[in-house]
Write a protein that binds this ligand. Structure first.
Ligand code: KIV
Ligand code: ZN
Length: 513
């Protein structure tokens, strides 16, 4: 990437990057604290498996003291024997550490509030009481063989003197990692630089950061902390977490990879499917413009951009969608250019003359001007109408009669004109619609073998004279599909016309099948 100075120079001149940066994922703990989100044991297992496959170093699986379900899910995840280290959250209470031990975990994340607000309004404890609780709990966890990460909750609103005091005392008590939570996301990059550089200069211990996103700065602040020597970042999939969430896993990992050229050894092609799984299981859908995993992350509409993308995707994409397992999408609308439309028609195997092409182009533009977004199905329908207006419809219905009687299968006699030649046959079926469609199948056998993939019947208005609205999807032997629709007073006729509509589209778009 082009910068005034190249990234390697910047790394040497103004960064203090650690040789190893650990990714500590807390989707299953802080992410689950997203308002309205609760995961079942099975859902936690599915997410843990995917996080492990992605290759994150640590997974905070939950808060074992908070419920029996948390202990159960932690135990089950532990039994999966994953490569990632599993972590359990604990307040500065021996009982919470016991719950982490009960959950079969070997790594505990102990925290206690340290800011004046937490001391006075939540804990109602003095500074010395807080320090002794933290130290006792860290010592207790170490005595029980656990690896300990200690968090000074609300660290970024804590007086420097007290923050450094508690950090140094928990280090003396045996803490292995110190974590700095920006609990309500008040940091900015410049303050982060000051804070993390100073902590790194003052303590010789692996340093972690846990930054919330209240002002949309969690990823920027976490990157700044990493530039200043932080050894570990707490992240969540899709940036989930309390309120507006935590630093997003996918944003951090991909920025480190593409802008900083730091390979964390993760299989980034799994990011998009992980994001989708978490979105589905938590019910928190990503906005379309969410970086890396949003629907629009690799979507293009404007003519100028699509033209560039079709020549070289790097013109308007900083990374390729394949790098994160996503895909590129060309969207049609009022900004569409001729190149985008040509590529879309090619994708859909539709061949138009120049005159037809510009008719379709103008139709799409005017739909866009009226505020509509043109889907692939809309495009196929518009192009087909254009093709059909220039060509004879290949198959037309010329006659239909149905005979039914008690205890005999209904018989349909259907007459079709296929490429100008009339053909007639009779066929039976479980009902009159089935009989008529069987007859059509027999009549067009030599022209095209079709499968009826979907059949949908709806009545418009109630009553015995209701109109039948039939929607179908048929496919040809190459797997090409086309929709068909018809509204008629007679169910059998509506079905035949819908199927013929679909077959005619297949014949017009894919004439060589
Ligand atoms: O945001 C926070 O302060 C936390 C702590 C439990 C570390 O999530
Ligand atoms: Zn948090």
């Amino acid at each position: 990437m082009m910068t005034f100075k190249n990234i390697e120079t910047l790394k040497n001149e103004s960064m203090n990057l650690s040789d190893k940066i650990y990714i500590f994922d807390t989707t299953l703990r802080d992410g689950e604290q997203t308002p309205g989100v609760a995961l079942t044991v099975d859902e936690k297992i599915q997410i843990a498996q995917k996080l492990n496959n992605l290759g994150v170093d640590k997974i905070e699986v939950g808060f074992p003291a908070s419920s029996k379900g948390e202990i159960k899910s932690s135990k089950k995840i532990k039994a999966m024997d994953l490569d990632s280290t599993l972590v359990g959250l604990s307040r500065s209470l021996q009982g919470d550490v016991d719950a982490v031990l009960d959950a079969d975990l070997e790594y505990v994340h102990i925290f206690i509030g340290t800011s004046p607000l937490h001391r006075d309004y939540k804990l109602k404890m003095s500074k010395s009481e807080i320090i002794s609780k933290a130290v006792d709990t860290v010592e207790y966890a170490k005595d029980h063989g656990l690896t300990v990460e200690f968090s000074a909750e609300d660290a970024t609103r804590t007086e420097k003197g007290f923050l450094y005091d508690i950090i140094s005392q928990v280090i003396d008590a045996g803490a292995d990692f110190i974590d700095i939570p920006d609990t309500v996301g008040v940091l900015t990059p410049v303050v982060t630089r000051e804070l993390i550089s100073d902590i790194k200069d003052s303590f010789n211990i692996p340093l972690s950061v846990h930054f919330h996103n209240d002002f949309g700065l969690a990823t920027a602040n976490t990157l700044t902390a990493i530039e200043c020597g932080a050894n570990q970042a707490h992240v969540t999939v899709n940036g989930l977490g309390e309120r507006t969430g935590n630093c997003s896993l996918e944003e951090l990992v991909m920025t480190l990879k593409s802008a900083y050229d730091i390979d964390l050894g993760l299989d980034t092609t799994r990011l998009y499917s992980l994001s989708n799984l978490v979105g589905r299981l938590t019910g928190v859908k990503m906005p379309v413009n969410k970086p890396i995993v949003g629907d629009n992350a690799f979507a293009h509409e404007s003519g100028i951009h699509v033209h560039g993308i079709l020549n070289n995707s790097s013109t308007y994409e900083p990374i390729s969608p394949e790098m994160v397992g996503h895909s590129r999408r060309i969207v049609l609308g009022k900004h569409t250019g001729a190149n985008a439309l040509k590529s879309k028609l090619k994708e859909n195997h539709i061949d138009l003359t120049e005159e037809q092409f510009y008719k379709v182009f103008n139709e799409i533009k005017s739909l866009g001007d009226s505020g509509k977004c043109v889907t692939d199905d809309d495009l196929v329908a518009i192009a087909i109408t254009e093709l059909a207006s220039a060509r004879e419809t290949p198959i037309e219905i010329k006659g239909l009669s149905i005979s039914m009687g008690a205890n005999v299968s209904p018989t349909a006699t259907v007459k079709l004109e296929i490429d100008g030649v009339e053909k007639e046959t009779a066929s039976t079926g479980v009902g009159p619609v089935d009989a008529a469609l069987n007859a059509i199948g027999d009549l067009i056998e030599d022209t095209l073998h079709i499968e009826l993939e979907e059949y949908n019947l709806e009545a418009i208005n109630g009553g015995t004279d209701a109109l039948a609205d039939v929607f179908v999807i048929c496919s040809d032997p190459s797997g090409n599909k086309a929709t068909g629709r018809s509204i008629n007073q007679d169910i059998v006729m509506a079905s035949i016309l819908a199927v013929l509509d679909s077959i005619n589209k297949l014949l017009l778009i894919y004439p060589n099948q």
